[in-house]
Design a protein around this ligand. Structure first.
Ligand code: ACO
Length: 330
Protein backbone atom coordinates (compact mmCIF):
# COMPACT_ATOMS: atom_id res chain seq x y z
CA UNK A 1 0.00 0.00 0.00
CA UNK A 2 2.26 2.75 -1.24
CA UNK A 3 -0.15 5.41 -2.58
CA UNK A 4 -0.26 8.71 -0.70
CA UNK A 5 -3.89 8.66 0.47
CA UNK A 6 -4.22 7.27 3.99
CA UNK A 7 -7.32 5.15 4.62
CA UNK A 8 -8.54 3.77 7.92
CA UNK A 9 -11.50 3.01 10.17
CA UNK A 10 -13.26 6.08 11.56
CA UNK A 11 -16.27 4.49 13.28
CA UNK A 12 -17.09 1.09 14.73
CA UNK A 13 -20.22 -0.49 16.19
CA UNK A 14 -21.13 -4.01 17.28
CA UNK A 15 -24.07 -6.21 18.19
CA UNK A 16 -24.62 -9.57 19.82
CA UNK A 17 -28.03 -11.23 20.27
CA UNK A 18 -29.54 -11.10 23.76
CA UNK A 19 -29.73 -14.87 24.28
CA UNK A 20 -26.72 -16.10 26.29
CA UNK A 21 -25.89 -19.82 26.03
CA UNK A 22 -23.51 -21.16 28.67
CA UNK A 23 -21.32 -24.24 28.54
CA UNK A 24 -23.70 -25.79 31.07
CA UNK A 25 -26.59 -25.22 28.65
CA UNK A 26 -24.68 -27.04 25.88
CA UNK A 27 -23.83 -29.89 28.23
CA UNK A 28 -27.60 -30.57 28.29
CA UNK A 29 -27.51 -31.17 24.52
CA UNK A 30 -24.25 -33.05 23.86
CA UNK A 31 -21.77 -35.05 25.90
CA UNK A 32 -19.46 -32.30 27.10
CA UNK A 33 -18.71 -30.27 30.22
CA UNK A 34 -17.94 -26.71 31.25
CA UNK A 35 -14.54 -27.93 32.42
CA UNK A 36 -13.67 -29.51 29.02
CA UNK A 37 -14.77 -26.46 27.02
CA UNK A 38 -13.01 -23.93 29.27
CA UNK A 39 -9.78 -25.94 29.38
CA UNK A 40 -9.64 -26.63 25.61
CA UNK A 41 -10.97 -23.29 24.32
CA UNK A 42 -11.26 -20.64 27.06
CA UNK A 43 -14.95 -20.17 26.12
CA UNK A 44 -17.54 -19.90 28.93
CA UNK A 45 -20.57 -18.56 27.07
CA UNK A 46 -21.75 -17.27 23.68
CA UNK A 47 -24.78 -15.48 22.23
CA UNK A 48 -27.18 -17.27 19.87
CA UNK A 49 -29.56 -15.43 17.58
CA UNK A 50 -33.32 -15.84 17.92
CA UNK A 51 -35.10 -18.12 15.47
CA UNK A 52 -36.18 -15.17 13.31
CA UNK A 53 -32.90 -13.21 13.63
CA UNK A 54 -30.40 -13.44 10.76
CA UNK A 55 -27.17 -11.83 9.51
CA UNK A 56 -29.01 -8.82 8.05
CA UNK A 57 -30.77 -8.06 11.36
CA UNK A 58 -27.50 -8.25 13.29
CA UNK A 59 -25.73 -6.12 10.66
CA UNK A 60 -28.42 -3.45 10.98
CA UNK A 61 -28.18 -3.52 14.79
CA UNK A 62 -24.38 -3.18 14.63
CA UNK A 63 -24.75 -0.21 12.26
CA UNK A 64 -27.29 1.36 14.65
CA UNK A 65 -24.82 0.85 17.49
CA UNK A 66 -22.17 2.61 15.38
CA UNK A 67 -24.59 5.53 14.87
CA UNK A 68 -25.31 5.63 18.63
CA UNK A 69 -21.59 5.78 19.38
CA UNK A 70 -20.47 8.20 16.67
CA UNK A 71 -23.56 10.26 15.79
CA UNK A 72 -26.12 10.17 12.98
CA UNK A 73 -23.76 11.91 10.51
CA UNK A 74 -21.67 8.77 10.45
CA UNK A 75 -23.62 7.35 7.47
CA UNK A 76 -23.63 10.60 5.45
CA UNK A 77 -21.99 10.01 2.10
CA UNK A 78 -21.65 6.22 2.34
CA UNK A 79 -21.38 5.12 -1.30
CA UNK A 80 -20.61 1.41 -0.90
CA UNK A 81 -21.69 -1.38 1.48
CA UNK A 82 -19.52 -4.49 1.79
CA UNK A 83 -20.79 -7.23 4.09
CA UNK A 84 -18.75 -10.26 5.05
CA UNK A 85 -20.67 -13.35 6.10
CA UNK A 86 -20.71 -17.13 5.81
CA UNK A 87 -24.37 -17.14 6.83
CA UNK A 88 -26.13 -14.77 4.41
CA UNK A 89 -29.89 -14.47 4.83
CA UNK A 90 -30.24 -15.76 1.26
CA UNK A 91 -28.07 -16.62 -1.74
CA UNK A 92 -29.93 -13.90 -3.62
CA UNK A 93 -29.99 -11.01 -2.86
CA UNK A 94 -26.73 -10.05 -1.17
CA UNK A 95 -27.28 -9.36 2.53
CA UNK A 96 -25.41 -6.06 1.96
CA UNK A 97 -28.32 -4.92 -0.24
CA UNK A 98 -30.78 -5.54 2.61
CA UNK A 99 -28.67 -3.27 4.83
CA UNK A 100 -28.38 -0.66 2.04
CA UNK A 101 -32.15 -0.61 1.68
CA UNK A 102 -32.79 -0.41 5.43
CA UNK A 103 -30.71 2.77 5.75
CA UNK A 104 -31.76 4.07 2.30
CA UNK A 105 -28.13 4.57 1.30
CA UNK A 106 -27.25 5.74 -2.21
CA UNK A 107 -24.64 3.03 -2.46
CA UNK A 108 -23.55 -0.14 -4.21
CA UNK A 109 -23.72 -3.29 -2.11
CA UNK A 110 -22.11 -6.70 -2.22
CA UNK A 111 -21.21 -9.60 0.07
CA UNK A 112 -17.84 -11.18 0.72
CA UNK A 113 -17.59 -14.86 1.60
CA UNK A 114 -14.21 -15.61 3.15
CA UNK A 115 -15.18 -17.39 6.40
CA UNK A 116 -13.85 -15.93 9.65
CA UNK A 117 -11.32 -13.55 8.03
CA UNK A 118 -14.18 -12.25 5.84
CA UNK A 119 -14.41 -8.87 7.58
CA UNK A 120 -10.69 -8.34 7.18
CA UNK A 121 -10.98 -9.21 3.49
CA UNK A 122 -13.88 -6.71 3.34
CA UNK A 123 -11.74 -4.06 5.06
CA UNK A 124 -8.97 -4.61 2.52
CA UNK A 125 -11.45 -4.27 -0.35
CA UNK A 126 -12.98 -1.14 1.21
CA UNK A 127 -9.53 0.41 1.65
CA UNK A 128 -8.64 -0.38 -1.98
CA UNK A 129 -11.90 1.18 -3.25
CA UNK A 130 -11.24 4.37 -1.28
CA UNK A 131 -7.57 4.54 -2.27
CA UNK A 132 -8.44 4.10 -5.94
CA UNK A 133 -11.13 6.80 -5.77
CA UNK A 134 -13.91 4.36 -6.74
CA UNK A 135 -15.62 4.95 -3.38
CA UNK A 136 -15.33 7.60 -0.69
CA UNK A 137 -16.97 6.05 2.34
CA UNK A 138 -17.56 2.33 2.77
CA UNK A 139 -19.86 0.75 5.35
CA UNK A 140 -17.91 -2.43 6.04
CA UNK A 141 -19.75 -5.11 8.00
CA UNK A 142 -19.00 -8.55 9.41
CA UNK A 143 -22.13 -10.46 10.46
CA UNK A 144 -22.48 -14.16 11.17
CA UNK A 145 -25.11 -16.39 12.69
CA UNK A 146 -23.05 -19.57 12.90
CA UNK A 147 -25.57 -21.10 15.32
CA UNK A 148 -27.88 -21.46 12.32
CA UNK A 149 -25.49 -23.77 10.44
CA UNK A 150 -24.08 -25.89 13.25
CA UNK A 151 -24.75 -29.59 13.69
CA UNK A 152 -26.37 -29.59 17.12
CA UNK A 153 -25.25 -33.16 17.68
CA UNK A 154 -21.56 -32.50 16.97
CA UNK A 155 -19.81 -31.52 20.22
CA UNK A 156 -16.58 -30.81 18.31
CA UNK A 157 -18.10 -27.72 16.64
CA UNK A 158 -21.21 -26.84 18.67
CA UNK A 159 -19.25 -25.53 21.65
CA UNK A 160 -16.98 -23.20 19.64
CA UNK A 161 -19.24 -20.68 17.92
CA UNK A 162 -21.46 -17.73 18.75
CA UNK A 163 -23.39 -15.11 16.75
CA UNK A 164 -22.66 -11.39 16.33
CA UNK A 165 -21.91 -8.49 14.02
CA UNK A 166 -19.62 -5.50 13.64
CA UNK A 167 -19.98 -2.45 11.39
CA UNK A 168 -17.27 0.05 10.48
CA UNK A 169 -16.78 3.09 8.29
CA UNK A 170 -13.69 2.94 6.07
CA UNK A 171 -12.64 6.27 4.57
CA UNK A 172 -9.72 8.68 4.17
CA UNK A 173 -7.92 9.58 7.40
CA UNK A 174 -5.17 12.12 8.15
CA UNK A 175 -1.73 11.21 6.83
CA UNK A 176 0.14 8.76 9.01
CA UNK A 177 -3.03 7.10 10.32
CA UNK A 178 -4.97 4.15 8.92
CA UNK A 179 -4.04 0.83 7.34
CA UNK A 180 -0.30 0.39 6.95
CA UNK A 181 -0.42 -3.09 5.46
CA UNK A 182 -2.69 -5.92 4.42
CA UNK A 183 -1.70 -9.56 4.04
CA UNK A 184 -4.28 -11.90 2.46
CA UNK A 185 -3.73 -15.62 2.04
CA UNK A 186 -5.51 -18.81 1.12
CA UNK A 187 -4.69 -22.50 0.81
CA UNK A 188 -7.58 -24.32 -0.84
CA UNK A 189 -5.84 -27.66 -0.22
CA UNK A 190 -7.21 -27.30 3.30
CA UNK A 191 -10.85 -27.12 2.15
CA UNK A 192 -11.32 -30.66 3.41
CA UNK A 193 -10.63 -29.60 7.01
CA UNK A 194 -13.50 -27.11 7.39
CA UNK A 195 -16.51 -26.92 5.10
CA UNK A 196 -20.24 -27.06 4.53
CA UNK A 197 -22.43 -27.85 1.54
CA UNK A 198 -24.26 -25.20 -0.48
CA UNK A 199 -25.25 -26.14 -4.07
CA UNK A 200 -22.64 -28.77 -4.90
CA UNK A 201 -22.51 -31.84 -2.67
CA UNK A 202 -18.79 -32.61 -3.07
CA UNK A 203 -15.42 -30.88 -3.11
CA UNK A 204 -13.43 -30.99 -6.40
CA UNK A 205 -11.62 -34.14 -5.20
CA UNK A 206 -15.00 -35.86 -4.80
CA UNK A 207 -15.05 -35.86 -1.01
CA UNK A 208 -18.56 -35.31 0.33
CA UNK A 209 -19.71 -32.00 1.78
CA UNK A 210 -21.91 -32.16 4.85
CA UNK A 211 -25.22 -30.39 5.36
CA UNK A 212 -23.93 -28.54 8.43
CA UNK A 213 -20.45 -27.26 9.33
CA UNK A 214 -17.89 -30.03 9.69
CA UNK A 215 -14.34 -29.55 10.90
CA UNK A 216 -11.14 -31.41 11.63
CA UNK A 217 -10.36 -29.48 14.81
CA UNK A 218 -6.80 -30.70 15.24
CA UNK A 219 -5.75 -29.77 11.68
CA UNK A 220 -7.40 -26.34 11.91
CA UNK A 221 -5.73 -25.76 15.28
CA UNK A 222 -2.23 -26.46 13.91
CA UNK A 223 -2.85 -24.33 10.82
CA UNK A 224 -4.24 -21.49 12.95
CA UNK A 225 -1.27 -21.24 15.29
CA UNK A 226 1.18 -21.34 12.37
CA UNK A 227 -0.61 -18.79 10.23
CA UNK A 228 -1.48 -16.35 13.04
CA UNK A 229 2.24 -16.00 13.78
CA UNK A 230 3.46 -15.87 10.17
CA UNK A 231 0.73 -13.49 8.97
CA UNK A 232 1.42 -11.21 11.94
CA UNK A 233 5.13 -11.07 11.16
CA UNK A 234 4.39 -10.41 7.48
CA UNK A 235 1.95 -7.57 8.14
CA UNK A 236 4.34 -5.90 10.57
CA UNK A 237 7.27 -6.22 8.14
CA UNK A 238 5.16 -4.91 5.24
CA UNK A 239 4.29 -1.88 7.39
CA UNK A 240 8.02 -1.27 7.91
CA UNK A 241 7.65 -1.76 11.64
CA UNK A 242 8.92 -3.95 14.45
CA UNK A 243 6.63 -6.19 16.53
CA UNK A 244 7.56 -4.25 19.68
CA UNK A 245 5.94 -1.14 18.17
CA UNK A 246 2.50 -2.77 18.06
CA UNK A 247 0.31 -1.42 20.87
CA UNK A 248 -2.31 -4.19 20.71
CA UNK A 249 -2.60 -7.58 19.04
CA UNK A 250 -6.27 -8.06 18.10
CA UNK A 251 -6.62 -11.66 16.87
CA UNK A 252 -9.60 -13.68 15.67
CA UNK A 253 -11.35 -15.00 18.77
CA UNK A 254 -11.63 -18.71 17.97
CA UNK A 255 -9.94 -20.39 20.90
CA UNK A 256 -7.82 -18.86 23.67
CA UNK A 257 -5.26 -21.68 23.31
CA UNK A 258 -4.72 -20.69 19.67
CA UNK A 259 -4.39 -17.01 20.61
CA UNK A 260 -1.99 -17.81 23.43
CA UNK A 261 0.14 -20.16 21.33
CA UNK A 262 0.49 -17.45 18.66
CA UNK A 263 1.23 -14.86 21.35
CA UNK A 264 3.90 -17.08 22.83
CA UNK A 265 5.57 -17.80 19.48
CA UNK A 266 5.59 -14.05 18.75
CA UNK A 267 6.93 -13.40 22.27
CA UNK A 268 4.23 -10.81 22.96
CA UNK A 269 3.34 -9.86 26.54
CA UNK A 270 -0.18 -10.95 27.54
CA UNK A 271 -1.29 -7.38 28.32
CA UNK A 272 -0.89 -6.47 24.63
CA UNK A 273 -3.39 -9.14 23.57
CA UNK A 274 -7.09 -8.30 23.21
CA UNK A 275 -9.26 -11.33 23.94
CA UNK A 276 -12.93 -11.73 24.80
CA UNK A 277 -13.45 -15.26 23.46
CA UNK A 278 -14.52 -16.26 26.98
CA UNK A 279 -17.85 -14.38 26.62
CA UNK A 280 -18.62 -14.66 22.88
CA UNK A 281 -16.98 -17.78 21.47
CA UNK A 282 -16.07 -17.59 17.78
CA UNK A 283 -18.33 -15.03 16.11
CA UNK A 284 -16.63 -15.66 12.75
CA UNK A 285 -16.55 -12.51 10.56
CA UNK A 286 -17.56 -10.32 13.53
CA UNK A 287 -14.93 -11.46 15.99
CA UNK A 288 -12.04 -9.03 15.35
CA UNK A 289 -14.43 -6.05 15.24
CA UNK A 290 -16.17 -7.03 18.49
CA UNK A 291 -12.81 -7.46 20.24
CA UNK A 292 -11.54 -4.12 18.89
CA UNK A 293 -14.70 -2.28 20.01
CA UNK A 294 -14.34 -3.63 23.57
CA UNK A 295 -10.75 -2.46 23.78
CA UNK A 296 -11.85 0.99 22.56
CA UNK A 297 -14.70 1.15 25.06
CA UNK A 298 -12.53 0.24 28.04
CA UNK A 299 -9.95 2.85 27.04
CA UNK A 300 -7.13 0.51 26.05
CA UNK A 301 -6.95 1.55 22.38
CA UNK A 302 -6.17 5.23 21.95
CA UNK A 303 -5.65 7.63 19.06
CA UNK A 304 -2.35 6.84 17.32
CA UNK A 305 -2.06 3.26 18.61
CA UNK A 306 -0.76 0.74 16.08
CA UNK A 307 -2.97 -2.36 16.11
CA UNK A 308 -2.22 -5.74 14.59
CA UNK A 309 -5.39 -7.43 13.33
CA UNK A 310 -5.17 -11.09 12.29
CA UNK A 311 -7.71 -13.76 11.42
CA UNK A 312 -7.97 -17.26 9.94
CA UNK A 313 -10.65 -19.72 8.93
CA UNK A 314 -12.17 -21.96 6.31
CA UNK A 315 -10.59 -21.94 2.88
CA UNK A 316 -8.28 -22.39 4.53
CA UNK A 317 -7.72 -18.64 4.54
CA UNK A 318 -6.15 -15.86 6.56
CA UNK A 319 -5.70 -12.10 6.69
CA UNK A 320 -3.67 -9.62 8.73
CA UNK A 321 -3.20 -5.88 8.85
CA UNK A 322 -1.48 -3.11 10.76
CA UNK A 323 -3.87 -0.26 11.51
CA UNK A 324 -2.94 3.04 13.18
CA UNK A 325 -6.09 4.01 15.07
CA UNK A 326 -7.57 7.44 14.30
CA UNK A 327 -10.23 9.06 16.48
CA UNK A 328 -12.56 11.15 14.30
CA UNK A 329 -15.31 13.48 15.50
CA UNK A 330 -18.28 13.39 13.13
N1 ACO B 1 -16.55 -32.01 24.84
C1 ACO B 1 -15.91 -33.11 25.26
N2 ACO B 1 -15.07 -33.81 24.49
C2 ACO B 1 -14.87 -33.36 23.24
C3 ACO B 1 -15.52 -32.21 22.72
C4 ACO B 1 -16.39 -31.54 23.59
N3 ACO B 1 -17.06 -30.42 23.23
N4 ACO B 1 -15.11 -32.01 21.45
C5 ACO B 1 -14.24 -32.99 21.16
N5 ACO B 1 -14.10 -33.81 22.23
C6 ACO B 1 -13.28 -35.01 22.35
C7 ACO B 1 -12.91 -35.61 21.02
O1 ACO B 1 -13.94 -36.47 20.58
C8 ACO B 1 -11.64 -36.36 21.37
O2 ACO B 1 -11.99 -37.58 21.94
P1 ACO B 1 -11.17 -38.92 21.55
O3 ACO B 1 -9.76 -38.64 21.98
O4 ACO B 1 -11.89 -39.96 22.31
O5 ACO B 1 -11.32 -39.03 20.06
C9 ACO B 1 -11.01 -35.52 22.49
O6 ACO B 1 -12.05 -34.65 22.95
C10 ACO B 1 -9.83 -34.69 22.02
O7 ACO B 1 -10.17 -34.08 20.80
P2 ACO B 1 -9.20 -33.13 20.07
O8 ACO B 1 -9.84 -32.71 18.77
O9 ACO B 1 -7.83 -33.64 20.03
O10 ACO B 1 -9.19 -31.90 21.10
P3 ACO B 1 -8.39 -30.58 20.97
O11 ACO B 1 -7.58 -30.39 22.19
O12 ACO B 1 -7.73 -30.47 19.63
O13 ACO B 1 -9.55 -29.49 21.02
C11 ACO B 1 -10.82 -28.13 19.52
C12 ACO B 1 -10.58 -29.54 20.06
C13 ACO B 1 -11.23 -27.23 20.67
C14 ACO B 1 -11.92 -28.20 18.48
C15 ACO B 1 -9.51 -27.62 18.88
O14 ACO B 1 -8.99 -28.58 18.02
C16 ACO B 1 -9.69 -26.34 18.12
O15 ACO B 1 -9.99 -25.31 18.71
N6 ACO B 1 -9.44 -26.35 16.80
C17 ACO B 1 -9.56 -25.14 15.99
C18 ACO B 1 -10.98 -24.88 15.69
C19 ACO B 1 -11.21 -23.51 15.15
O16 ACO B 1 -10.67 -22.55 15.61
N7 ACO B 1 -12.07 -23.42 14.16
C20 ACO B 1 -12.50 -22.13 13.71
C21 ACO B 1 -12.24 -21.95 12.32
S1 ACO B 1 -12.90 -20.43 11.87
C22 ACO B 1 -14.01 -20.58 10.57
O17 ACO B 1 -13.69 -20.20 9.48
C23 ACO B 1 -15.38 -21.14 10.79
Amino acid sequence: MTQALSVGITALGTYVPSKVVTNHDLAQLVETSDEWIVTRTGIRERHFSAEDEFASHMAIHATENMIAKHGSAVLDGVDLVILATSTPDALLPATAAIVQNHFKLKAGAFDVIAACPGWMYALSAAAAYVKSGMAKKVLTIGSDALSKILNWEDRGTLVLFGDGACAAIVEAVPEGYGFKSFVLGADGEGAKHLNMRCINTTLPDGSPLTEKVSMNGREVFKFAVRVMSSATREAVAQAGMRLEEIAYFVPHQANFRIIDAARSSLELPLDKVVSNVERYGNTSAASVGIAMREALDDGRIKDGDDLLLVSFGAGLSWASSVLRWHVKTF
